[in-house]
Design a binder for this molecule. Structure first.
Ligand code: ATP
Length: 237
C-alpha cells in the first residue's frame, strides 16, 4: 500500500512538511486532523506529484513502486485519485461531462459501469446530469468532485476537507457515502479534515498534524481519549 517515508516539502525556503511518515492500511480509512496551515493539503499534493521537485527529501512508495519522482498523470494511472479542497469542478461543463472527464483513462464499457455506480451513490448527480456544474450548490459540487474521482475507479482516494463549507446534514451525507465507497468497493481512503469529530467517527486510524509534523497517531478511541485532542480539536474537556 501507500507508504510515505520521512518526507520534507519546501515552498521556496519555507519548509511546509518537516519529516512526515505515514502508512495507509489497505481497504481502511485513515484520517489526518490538523488546523489551518498545518500542512495537510501540502501532504496530499506532494503524494500526488503536484508540487514541482518535491518532496525535497524522503520517499513515497505504492507497494514496491517508488512514486515520489513520478508525474501526477502516472500517479493517477497507478490508482490514486485526489479530491482537492474547494472542489474545483469544471463550471462551464455539465455534470455528466465533468464525470466523463474523470474517467478519461478508462474503457467505454468501464465508464458506463463507473457512471452507474456514481449515480447510485449520488442520485442527485443523476437528476442534475445535464446541468452546468457551475450552477450546482456547494454540496452538490462536492459530490461531483468525489464522483469525478470515483470515475477513475481508484485504489486509493485522497479527500482534502470534503466537509468544508457544508451544512451539518450534507456533511453527514458525504461522510456516509465515503464510508460506503470504502466498505462496498474496498477503496482505501485518506481523509484530511479540520472537522475532527466527523473524521474520528469515520476513520480506522488517525494522525494529528501540527506545523508540518505528525504529533500524534492512534485509533479513533485513542485519539478521542487524548486530552489535547479533546481540548483543541473536539472542543470538549
Ligand atoms: P488548510 O486547511 O488551511 O488548507 P493545510 O493544513 O492544508 O491548511 P497547507 O495548505 O498544506 O496547510 O499549508 C502548509 C503551510 O505551507 C502553510 O504555512 C502555508 O502558508 C504554506 N503554503 C501552502 N501553499 C503554499 C505556496 N503555494 N507557497 C508558499 N507557501 C505555501
Amino acid at each position: 500500500m501507500l507508504q510515505v517515508k520521512n518526507i520534507e516539502t519546501l515552498y521556496g525556503l519555507v519548509m511546509a512538511l518537516r519529516g512526515v511518515s505515514l502508512e495507509l492500511a489497505e481497504h481502511k480509512i485513515t484520517a489526518i486532523l490538523g488546523s489551518n496551515g498545518a500542512g495537510k493539503s501540502t501532504l496530499c499534493k506532494t503524494v500526488m506529484g503536484m508540487l514541482e521537485d518535491q518532496p525535497d527529501k524522503g520517499t513515497i512508495w505504492l507497494d514496491d513502486t517508488r512514486i515520489d519522482k513520478k508525474d501526477t498523470e502516472d500517479i493517477v494511472n497507478l490508482g490514486l485519485a485526489y479530491v482537492p479542497e474547494g472542489r474545483e469542478v469544471f463550471e462551464e461543463l455539465t455534470v455528466l461531462e465533468n464525470l466523463q472527464m474523470g474517467g478519461y483513462t478508462r474503457k467505454a464499457s468501464q465508464t458506463r459501469e463507473d457512471l452507474k455506480r456514481v449515480y447510485e451513490l449520488f442520485p442527485r448527480l443523476k437528476e442534475r446530469q445535464k446541468q452546468l456544474a457551475g450552477h450546482l450548490s456547494g454540496g452538490e459540487q462536492q459530490m461531483l468532485a468525489i464522483g469525478r474521482a470515483l470515475m477513475m475507479h481508484p485504489r486509493i482516494m485522497l479527500l482534502d476537507e470534503p466537509s468544508l463549507g457544508l451544512s451539518p446534514l450534507l456533511v453527514k451525507e458525504i461522510f456516509s457515502t465515503i464510508k460506503r465507497v470504502n466498505a462496498e468497493d474496498g477503496t482505501t481512503i485518506l481523509l484530511v479534515e479540520q472537522n475532527a469529530a466527523m473524521a474520528l467517527k469515520s476513520c480506522d486510524y488517525g494522525y494529528v498534524m501540527e506545523n508540518g509534523r505528525f504529533v500524534l497517531a492512534g485509533t479513533p478511541e485513542e485519539l478521542m481519549a487524548d486530552e489535547d485532542v479533546r481540548e483543541f480539536y473536539l472542543g470538549i474537556r
